[in-house]
Design a protein around this ligand. Structure first.
Ligand code: PA5
Length: 459
């Protein structure tokens, strides 16, 4: 039986009695947002909608994942942003929390998984310290095919690999995931004969986790990618409904939009699950890069914040409850866990602790989740809940699609393009100049002159 992810907005109705009226007040905008999404789908300008139905690619991914499993002990994803965060999210959500520390048998013959999305050189060195390159496969992921962080890491790794296993055998260790038609990595891959997977041209980095970008490393670690895509497809259907009260992504986007209009510039997601910590990071990138835009000289976008229950109750919750009322909260609950711990009935000699006896650790987490929703609501802080019946490939597929649709709907409501990221290009071109890339000299010069003109002040 399909376990459906549910959006529970009852807290919001209590915290904010006027919300239904406000939704009614923007119904024209909602109709336009729905029409805008329909147009995007029909025109094929955006392709993430189609990811659940990529049957051929899925079978190729499974075959290649089998090859990796049979030949390697480690699998390293090399990418950044949308070409890395989704991989980490799926791995953390669906594999054992200490997966890489399990034995080969416990991992059912699947390789250890690493995600390298950093150019901190000591961090890279640390990873290389622990990897036996002869037993390691690398998946170089970049949609544009030339992202400097990814390519720098790749060049270092390939050189080491070629020295270790020889130039002829190095390609056996390298899989490339990139655009089908353009980019430096595609050219290199063709020259060297690397096994290549393609990211559909109309799917942007942060919307690509359910393309070969995220599916290969998932399949290599034994995650059920059919389940992920089935969950995504079920959610895609729900998120295509025109009535927001039948469409969880549209309704959540409306709540976020109304919150934003009232000056709630911060959007907090707070899963009560360690397994969804990576989801929080993935969400932050999706929300920030998609919605942080300038339109008609006006800035838009909410700052996404990730908090994890229960640990952030001892860190951020005080601010959430008593600090500025500039946030909207999504509390995520996992209803059922596979394992729980009864807290043994025992006299600890103090009633400040004894109350725990006979309860379970799971009940404690659930009680804290409910209590947080209640105290936020009592203080009239905008919050709603997302319920995952269980963490499975299917519910995670649903969650991915819920959030991608929700972000896209939020973009439509705000009247911005949720699929580009024009502002980050400027810093990139200056970096190219500083790294002596031909044609970018003037970009570096501009910044170097500015640096000279700035009087540094230290304390
Ligand atoms: O969402 C995006 O488009 C970006 O965050 C990219 O994923 C990120 O910049 C990496 O780009 P690429 O995959 O081209 O290396």
């Amino acid at each position: 039986m399909l376990e459906r992810v549910r959006l529970d907005y009852s807290n919001l109705l209590v915290a904010d009695e006027g919300i239904m009226e406000e939704i009614h007040g923007i119904r024209k905008r909602i109709t336009c947002a729905v029409a805008g999404m329909r147009k995007k789908k029909e025109s094929n300008l955006q392709g993430f909608f189609r990811l659940p139905y990529q049957t051929e690619e899925k079978e190729d991914i499974k075959i290649h994942a089998r090859y990796i499993k049979e030949n390697f002990e480690n699998f390293v994803v090399v990418g950044i942003g949308g070409s890395a965060l989704g991989n980490r999210f799926l791995h953390r959500a669906l594999n054992h929390p200490y997966y890489n520390m399990l034995s080969w048998e416990e991992r059912k013959g699947c390789p250890r998984i690493f995600v390298l999305d950093s150019i901190d050189t000591d961090y890279l060195a640390g990873l290389l310290d622990i990897l036996d390159l002869k037993k390691t496969a690398f998946n170089i992921i970049t949609k544009s095919g030339g992202t400097s962080e990814t390519m720098a890491n790749f060049m270092v790794i390939r050189d080491l690999l070629e020295r270790m296993v020889g130039r002829e055998r190095a390609p056996e260790h390298i899989t490339v995931t990139t655009d089908r038609e353009r980019g430096s990595l595609l050219k290199i891959a063709r020259e060297k004969g690397y096994r290549t997977f393609y990211i559909p041209q109309n799917v942007g980095g942060r919307y690509s986790v359910l393309s070969p970008v995220g599916l290969l490393s998932a399949a290599v670690s034994g995650i059920d990618i059919d389940g992920l895509l089935e969950g995504a497809s079920d959610m895609a259907e729900r998120c295509s409904k025109e009535n927001p009260f039948n469409n969880p992504a549209l309704l959540a986007a409306i709540f976020q939009y109304l919150a934003y209009r009232r000056g709630k510039n911060i959007s907090v997601v707070m899963p009560y699950s360690e397994f969804l910590d990576g989801f929080g990071d993935w969400y932050c990138q999706l929300w920030a890069e998609s919605l942080g835009k300038t339109r008609d000289a006006e800035s838009t976008g909410q700052t996404p914040v990730k908090a994890v229950g229960a640990r952030d109750q001892h860190s951020l919750l005080q601010l959430f409850l008593d600090g500025p009322d500039d946030k909207i909260y999504t509390l995520l609950e996992v209803e059922n866990r596979d394992r729980d711990f009864e807290i043994p009935r025992q006299d600890m000699g103090d009633k400040g602790v004894n109350y725990l006896s006979g309860n379970s650790v799971g009940k404690l987490l659930n009680s804290e989740f409910r209590a947080t929703g209640y105290v936020l609501t009592k203080r009239k802080r905008m919050n709603y809940r997302l319920i995952l019946p269980h963490i499975s490939s299917n519910t995670i597929g649903q969650l991915v699609f819920l959030y991608m649709y929700m972000t896209a709907y939020a973009g439509e409501l705000l009247g911005i393009d949720a699929f580009n990221q024009p502002a980050v290009e400027e810093g990139k071109t200056i970096t190219y100049g500083l790294m002596n890339r031909e044609g970018y000299e003037d970009r570096a010069e501009e910044m170097l002159n500015w640096e000279k003109s700035v009087k540094r002040v230290y304390v």
